[in-house]
Design a protein around this ligand. Structure first.
Ligand code: SF4
Ligand code: SF4
Length: 425
């Protein structure tokens, strides 16, 4: 694709990156067929190619974002299915990230949007605040009928109430803890404990630590590590995302960890991108090192996992989180591990399509999210499984409550290696 940035514009390193990405696109349109929003809405402007044109026009003309661009870019899930499909290797992720920052800096959203986005950015990355919000939502759930109506605000508030689990596990605060390996220590890793996950499903971290310890891995969670920054990053809040990245890079650097383990694939994609995010920062070198040792739990377990219980005779339908399959290119490892653990593993049709969770997408775009959820659940049910397994808390929350248990794959692996049976089962 030809671009027409001026020499002055190209002095800006961010525009240089965007220019390179845009020039790789040959507007073939292959990506449209695998884009969940195009498949759902059928509008070219809700396809990757359409969004690329909108972003190109906005950046080349160096103008503030307009309502049309905001509408269609906000509808993008950042699922990155288009990157898996694209034959030209277009780096859509960094292009849409740039567009989101531009929107955040140049577009004034309606007051209700601003209020909600501020609240999400100030609550979700902090486990204690998230927990308090979930408790409030639990209390408010019976009164959801008061939020009747089809206004976007009412739909978003109803979507938020839906996120509240029926019961809450005791609070988990893993910051500053060290979990020794059982027997000989074969590796030392840092674990990203996550933010929303600690409040929504603390059992995932418990299973991860218990399994790693049993396999001879010491697990350390530095007190100063926190949210990965993904939520802020996907809202275009660049400085908040960079601050989170710097904080974590500082917490994990200089300790000779064999890996930084992530059991929430949405966070893993961002951790693996810290090197890029902080490329012009004083911490660039440290950030690149952290990105190089960041690993999804399934990648790390692949070489060391050994089950110890007899096969339970359960059929697991594996839901591939977009951040894992498209963001990190990890497709086989989770299924290989589940089969090794003794489960029958099946997959749904259209496994490449997003379930509609996508960070705060299920709150901000409730209609598209609900449609993608229904489509995904129908394909999952069609495989006649006993349980749905995934590697991302966002997907598990999105797919819960439709008659099938949803568990993190690491909980199943831990169970088959001598750990607790997942409560969800
Ligand atoms: S598949 Fe790639 S090259 Fe083709 S239109 Fe989509 S982004 Fe551009
Ligand atoms: S990231 Fe996903 S929703 Fe966004 S354009 Fe690409 S395929 Fe479509």
């Amino acid at each position: 694709m030809q671009t027409s940035f001026t020499p002055e514009q190209l002095q800006n390193p961010e525009i240089q990156v965007a220019n390179k990405i845009l020039r790789n696109c040959v507007h073939c349109g292959f990506c449209t067929a695998t884009c969940p929003t195009f498949v759902t809405l059928g509008d070219e402007l809700d396809s990757p190619r359409g969004r690329i044109y909108l972003i190109k026009d906005m950046l080349e003309n160096n103008r503030p974002a307009a309502e049309e661009e905001v509408l269609h870019i906000d509808r993008c899930l950042s699922c990155l299915s288009c990157m898996t499909t694209c034959p030209s290797g277009v780096d859509y992720m960094h292009l849409v990230d740039h567009a989101r920052v531009h929107i955040e800096e140049t577009y004034k959203r309606p007051w209700a949007d601003r209020l909600l986005r501020n609240a999400l950015a100030q609550i979700l990355p902090y486990p204690a605040r998230m927990r308090a919000a979930l408790k409030l939502a639990q209390f408010g759930k019976p009164f959801a009928f008061l939020l009747a109506g089809n206004s976007m605000l009412a739909k978003r508030l109803r979507a938020m109430l839906k996120l509240a689990p029926a019961s809450m596990a005791p609070a988990q605060n893993l910051g500053g803890t060290v979990h020794k390996a059982k027997g000989e220590t074969k590796a030392r890793v840092a674990l990203l404990a996550g933010c929303a996950q600690q409040a929504l499903a603390p059992s995932i971290n418990t299973a991860t630590i218990s399994l790693l310890n049993r396999l001879g891995v010491e697990v350390i969670i530095p007190a100063s590590a926190g949210c990965c920054g993904a939520l802020a990053h996907h809202m275009g809040r660049h400085e908040q995302a960079l601050a989170a990245a710097r904080q974590n890079v500082g917490a994990w650097s200089g300790q000779n960890f064999d890996a930084v383990i992530v059991n929430t694939s949405g966070c893993g994609t961002v951790l693996k991108d810290y090197g890029f995010l902080l490329r012009n920062d004083a911490m660039a070198e440290q950030a690149a090192k952290i990105s190089a040792i960041a690993m999804d739990i399934s990648e790390f377990l692949l070489k060391i996992y050994e089950p110890s219980r007899a096969a339970p005779g359960l059929t697991v339908v594996y839901h591939a989180a977009c951040s894992l399959q498209h963001g990190q290119g990890i497709t086989a490892a989770p299924k290989t591990l589940l089969r090794k653990a003794g489960f029958t593993v099946v997959e749904p049709a259209d496994a490449h399509l997003c379930c509609g969770s996508a960070g705060t997408y299920n709150i901000m775009q409730p209609d598209i999210s609900a449609s993608l959820r229904r489509r995904k659940l129908d394909t999952l049910h069609a495989t006649k499984p006993d349980v749905i397994a995934a590697g991302n808390i966002g997907c598990l929350t999105q797919l819960a409550g439709d008659g099938l248990p949803t568990v993190h794959m690491v909980e199943l692996l831990d169970w088959m290696a001598g750990g607790e049976k997942p409560a969800g089962l």
